[in-house]
Design a binder for this molecule. Structure first.
Ligand SMILES: *Cc1c(COP(=O)(O)O)cnc(C)c1O
Length: 455
């Protein structure tokens, strides 16, 4: 069979919370001013109570509200697809499967968390959500979800993407979102960056500062984040819960589960539901793939850091390149955040998951191979997972042994065509890992237990 499609009734009824299975739980979240552990009330100006409870929950399963399930039915369950044509092209004994999250309205997995976030905020009386977006996928997913539940959505979009991806702006506006290029003149944090760097390309860290500042100043507004946080990873686990069932229908179990990593949520969504198997001794490998130019998991430090440049967000323990790290602007492929999900970081730190970094030209090459065999033009982000999946399949071929590979196709690339033009015209450079910039940025980590600069 080519596609494994679950009936709507098998859309999961609960999300899986990996925090329940982590020995010793997660390191506490700290207040950005005092560096002391924070409580739920510290987060209340930004998030609804239900989301705060999910952020700190250690329950293994969290029920998905009926209205949220009903909205997810617009595109879920998503298909699991066997990449037979890619296998044949590679002439590999490996079996390659991918979970196709590109079928959501916004074209990526981000809709899986945008919908519950919008619903919980609306239920607690919020009228407006303020957020940041990098390449625009999160801004479009949230604009769509806001529309479903009658919320206004205001978006700070990283300046370089605002210019490079004009059609994602159009998509956000079509769904009713209000989009601003970041750094903007609308916030104190934006104005501060512009005063120092008038031509700043922006960064997620800067855009987060702007969005948090706006949300905190309006009692009827909240902030929403599309990745990194525990509740976002939780919402994404519908991907892996479905995929486990679909793999069983295919009569297979993966040797390796692969996802690209920006903040970690689509990898978390696919991989976390396989963690209990792994902890019980099943030899499944969980592989997180990141860009070589923003190598958080492979070259960052595991330490407490801020989530944004203005140090407005809580301080969490994660792999980080330093909160004022600005990735090279020549990088075309998204995945540019300085930090990573504390849950994903912890799994990598504990050796439960592994991490790889890949330069962008190798990823685009894999993306084009995938498009020419399986037909779907992947998001540049997803191409990191595809590259790793192809490398696994080629390794199996070299060994002459079968291997079952499962990767997450986190989104399609229909709004990333200028990046494809650059690749096809031979204009993409492999941005060097900026070792000196990272070393400098990690000197400015907050001084709490793990905040030791690298040697
Ligand atoms: C946002 C995005 C990513 C990266 O974010 P994660 O939270 O790491 O998943 C990857 N792929 C696509 C298509 C995205 O939109």
């Amino acid at each position: 069979m080519k596609k494994f499609v679950l009936n709507e009734s098998r859309l999961p009824r609960a999300w899986y919370n990996v925090a329940a299975d982590l020995p010793g739980g997660l390191a506490p979240v700290l207040h950005p001013g005092t560096l002391q552990p924070i409580g739920p009330s510290d987060l209340a100006p930004l998030f609804p109570m239900a989301i705060i409870e999910q952020e700190v929950s250690t329950e293994r399963f969290v029920t998905i509200p009926d209205e949220v399930r009903d909205a997810l039915r617009l595109f879920r369950p998503t298909p699991l697809v066997r990449a037979e044509r890619l296998e044949r092209y590679l002439d590999t004994p490996a079996h390659i499967y991918f979970k196709n999250e590109s079928v959501s309205p916004a074209g990526s997995h981000k809709t899986n968390t945008a919908i519950p976030q919008a619903w919980y905020n609306r239920r607690e009386g919020i009228r407006k959500l303020v957020t940041e977006t990098g390449a625009g996928q999160w801004g479009s997913a949230l604009s769509f979800a806001g529309q479903l539940f009658g919320l206004e959505v205001e978006i700070y979009m990283v300046a370089v993407s605002y210019l490079q991806k004009p059609y994602r702006r159009s998509l956000m506006r079509a769904w009713g979102g209000e989009v601003h290029s970041s750094p903007s003149n609308r916030t104190a944090s934006g104005r501060a960056v512009r005063a120092e760097h008038p031509d700043s390309p922006g960064s997620l860290g800067i855009a987060i500062s702007e969005a948090v500042e706006r949300a905190a100043s309006d009692p009827l507004a909240h902030y929403a984040l599309g990745s990194v946080l525990n509740h976002v990873c939780l919402h994404q686990t519908v991907i892996g819960i479905e995929a486990r069932e679909q793999m069983a229908e295919a009569g297979e179990y993966p040797d390796v589960v692969i996802g690209c990593v920006g903040g970690g949520s689509n990898f978390a969504g696919l991989a976390f539901p396989f963690v209990p198997d792994k902890l019980e001794g099943r030899p499944v490998r969980l592989m997180a793939v990141e860009p070589a130019s923003c190598p958080t998991l492979t070259k960052g430090v595991y330490a407490y850091d801020y989530g944004d440049i203005a140090r407005l967000t809580p301080v969490v323990k994660m792999f980080t390149l330093g909160h004022d790290f600005v990735p090279p602007a020549i990088h075309a492929g998204g995945l540019r955040y300085h930090g990573d999900s504390p849950l994903v970081s912890r799994l990598v730190h504990d050796g439960i998951a592994e991490a790889r970094a890949i330069p962008q030209n190798a990823c685009f090459e894999a993306a084009v191979t995938f498009a020419r065999t399986e037909g779907i033009l992947p998001a540049p982000e997803s191409s990191h997972a595809i590259r790793a999946a192809i490398d696994e399949a080629l390794e199996a071929k070299a060994e002459g042994k079968p291997r079952v590979i499962l990767f997450n196709l986190s989104g399609h690339g229909h709004f990333d065509l200028s990046a494809y033009d650059d690749y096809l015209d031979g204009k993409l450079q492999d941005a060097e890992y900026p070792a000196e910039a990272v070393a400098a940025a990690t000197l400015r980590l907050p001084r709490v237990d793990g905040g030791v600069p690298p040697a």
